[in-house]
Design a protein around this ligand. Structure first.
Ligand SMILES: [Zn+2]
Ligand SMILES: [Zn+2]
Length: 236
């Protein structure tokens, strides 16, 4: 595992100081999510739409979370960093991805109440088997860095009871069924939910169909969390 900071920009190879993995000019080339985007899933839309709207995909779905807010849209450079974090175990990319994810809080007024209320950042948990292979949970690495940039606490409130092997070939309905009962509250999760807290922020690397985050949100809501929002680095 690559634990040392290489001190070079992931995109252009320029030398950079400290724990950064992107130089300033390359950082600026990564676009934030642009309006209009779906208020539920963060899917960007071309053209002019005034005010809040839900994309055709979300209109017929019920999510257990209030909304999902990816910090950035799908971008090859960002996807590359996420892949290297996960599959090449470039753990230091988690720091940079957390910093980029903090843009969501700076740019989306809907997240102000989470900042003011000091809602905890709850990483989507990884199954132990995958954790053994990867040695870290990428969602937790992002959440930790995001916590430093937003001042929000990180709470490992959920644990994964069973692994759900790759879901990419399954339909949405199959994914949801496959995930039922896959997550439970951890000891800190039981402590956190004891007093019906006003809110929690689920953190993951990418938001795709929302099946996984929806199942995590369902567990938190059932335990008494009044509002759950999802924040991810990227929209898949
Ligand atoms: Zn660069
Ligand atoms: Zn949508």
């Amino acid at each position: 595992m690559d634990l040392l900071y290489p001190g070079v920009c992931h995109r252009c190879g320029e030398g950079i100081p400290g724990d950064r993995s992107l130089c300033e000019p390359c950082d600026l080339t990564l676009p934030s999510l642009r309006t209009p985007f779906c208020r539920k899933c963060g899917e960007e839309f071309e053209g002019r739409i005034e005010g809040d709207f839900e994309c055709p995909n979300c209109r017929d779905l019920r999510f257990s979370f209030d909304f999902a807010r990816p910090a950035l849209p799908n971008h090859p450079a960002l996807l590359g960093m996420i892949h290297e974090l996960k599959y090449l175990r470039r753990i230091h990319f988690g720091v940079e991805l957390g910093r980029l994810t903090a843009r969501a809080f700076a740019e989306d007024p809907r997240l102000a109440e989470a900042l003011e209320g000091k809602w905890p950042l709850i990483p989507v948990p990884l199954h132990r088997r995958r954790l053994v292979w990867r040695h870290f949970n990428q969602a937790e690495e992002i959440a930790r860095s995001l916590g430093r940039h937003t001042g929000l606490p990180v709470c490992r409130a959920l644990s994964r009871l069973r692994g759900t092997e790759s879901q990419t070939r399954l339909s949405r309905a199959q994914r949801l069924k496959n995930l039922k009962g896959a997550f439970a509250l951890s000891v800190s999760g039981r402590k956190f939910t004891a007093g019906n807290p006003p809110g929690a922020i689920l953190v993951d690397d990418v938001f795709t169909t929302g099946a996984t985050t929806n199942e995590c949100a369902r567990v938190l809501r059932r335990a008494g969390v009044q509002k759950v929002v999802v924040v991810t680095a990227m929209r898949g």
